[in-house]
Design a protein around this ligand. Structure first.
Ligand SMILES: CC(C)(COP(=O)(O)OP(=O)(O)OC[C@H]1O[C@@H](n2cnc3c(N)ncnc32)[C@H](O)[C@@H]1OP(=O)(O)O)[C@@H](O)C(=O)NCCC(=O)NCCS
Length: 439
């Protein structure tokens, strides 16, 4: 068995025994209660999923396995002389729970390079879409087209024992991860550049290769991409993209299908699309006050525009969260990155002004449970600073990173033999009667 697979198999065998014990001894233990408010409020806060890869604490933010993001800077392998963790190491950590050695990271890097050839029909499927189709439509189409390679699907159709599901799922996830930067950068090159794809560099790591294939070839860009891929990788199991992937996968759809489904969820403005919305909204603010990069917005203008947006019944993109109740550490990581590496950028200055203004305004208005910035409040301004001007591509970049978490969750789901998801639903009459009886 392949080395990384073997490491996962050992961890998985222990977890399988724990699941078997939970099911045999504690199946009827009550975990949580469900109120009418929960049902009508998107099941917010109801514990009903098992996710091994990460955990989101409302105040501390995300932990990949046992580690806060900040601590992983010190623990995860980096490129010689580099400051940002490598995505290969993030994958290993999410999959096994252990910090990898540099050799293990290099093993995965080489494995992904070898698996990176994308079947030509994937590009044809993307090219067949009309010019009006959005980058996320192209991305999801490319992923679906890539599903022809699915080993899980082939093996399952020819008869596969449940305990072996994980093996071909692992192969699919590894192939998909290896190919995603190639697919995403093809979309970027064809939609926003000269249309000529750039070949993968077999000596670069996954994140740097993504930058390279998009057409950016310097250490500064590699550093930005490593940071970006690191912080967006996973956000436990209940967020829309991870949960959608989990749900679709629970019907034994192949990993390409389930991840593509998750990407369709990520494309929503309340989820990953918010990183584009932030830039669009700030641009609107500049236009509204007839301001330019050289003639920046004032604090008063920013405050007034925030209030105007809320008065129009819109949300402030990049602020608020369904779980977090503090500033997202992924926001802080990016802010620190900007402070360390970027001088005098008017968009980033506006983002900082918004950080001064929005929490106070949202608190005063008293509606949003979390007035603090999330990951999307700043990510676009960094990408913009480094020359990725076509912000409608940003959610694709988020999606490439998120595959690390969704993919490892998928392998775990298969290893643990998770059941098909099928919650109960009731009619409105049932709820009305239920409430009447309860009273
Ligand atoms: C992320 C988000 C969808 C979470 O939604 P949620 O869990 O329902 O949030 P809350 O419980 O705090 O919502 C309570 C109310 O405050 C509002 N609210 C929450 N965040 C808000 C924001 N950034 N701006 C204005 N209003 C906001 C909600 O729309 C809701 O209003 P309603 O009762 O009229 O429907 C929400 O904060 C939001 O829309 N943020 C902006 C989009 C964004 O940045 N998304 C990326 C998230 S990582």
């Amino acid at each position: 068995m392949d080395y990384i697979k073997q490491r996962f198999f050992e961890k998985g065998t222990v977890a399988r025994a724990q699941i078997a014990e939970l099911l045999s001894k504690s199946k009827d233990l009550i975990v949580d209660e469900v109120t009418v408010g929960n049902v009508l409020g998107g099941m917010r806060g109801v514990t009903s999923l098992l996710t091994l890869t990460s955990k989101l604490d409302p105040h501390e933010g995300i932990r990949y396995r046992d580690y806060k993001l900040r601590d992983l800077y010190a623990h995860l392998p980096r490129k010689k002389g580099g400051s940002e963790p490598l995505a290969e190491g993030v994958f290993y950590l999410l999959l096994t729970g252990d910090i990898p050695t540099s050799e293990e990271v290099e093993y995965i890097r080489q494995d992904w390079v070898q698996r990176s050839e994308v079947p030509p029909h994937v590009f044809k499927a993307i090219d067949a879409l009309p010019s009006t189709s959005k980058p996320m439509t192209r991305f999801a189409t490319g992923i679906l087209a890539a599903a022809t390679q699915s080993q899980f699907q082939k093996k399952h159709r020819s008869g596969l024992r449940k305990e072996d599901y994980w093996d071909s799922t692992y192969e699919d996830v590894m192939n998909m991860l290896a190919q995603l930067p190639v697919i995403a950068s093809y979309i970027y090159r064809t939609e926003f550049c000269d249309g000529n794809p750039i070949a993968l560099d077999p000596d670069l790591d996954w994140s740097a290769n993504f930058a390279h294939m998009m057409g950016f070839n310097d250490e500064e860009m590699y550093r930005l991409f490593r940071m970006y891929m690191f912080i967006h990788a996973d956000h436990e199991g209940g967020n829309v993209s991870a949960h959608t992937s989990h749900l679709v996968s629970s019907a034994l759809s192949n990993p390409f299908y389930s991840y593509a489904a998750g990407m369709i969820g990520l494309a929503g403005p309340l989820h990953g699309y918010a990183n584009q919305e932030v830039i669009r909204w700030i641009n609107d603010m500049y236009k509204h006050y007839n301001k330019t990069i050289d003639n920046p917005l004032t604090l008063e203008e920013v405050t007034s525009f925030v209030n105007q947006t809320l008065d129009e019944g819109k949300v402030i993109p990049g602020y608020g969260h369904a779980v977090l109740r503090a500033t997202d550490p992924r926001f802080t990581t990016q802010l620190e990155f900007a402070e360390k590496h970027i001088d005098n950028d008017s968009m980033i200055e506006t983002v900082k002004m918004l950080f001064q203004v929005v929490p106070e305004v949202l608190q005063e208005r008293g509606k949003a449970k979390n007035p603090w910035p999330n990951v999307d409040a700043i990510s676009g301004s960094l990408l913009l600073h480094y020359g990725i001007k076509d912000y409608i591509f940003y959610t694709v970049m988020f999606g490439v990173s998120r595959a690390l978490g969704v993919g490892t969750q998928n392998i775990w789901d298969r290893f643990l033999g998770m059941s098909i998801e099928r919650p109960n639903s009731q009619t409105l009459d049932w709820f009305m009667d239920f409430v009447k009886e309860a009273k």
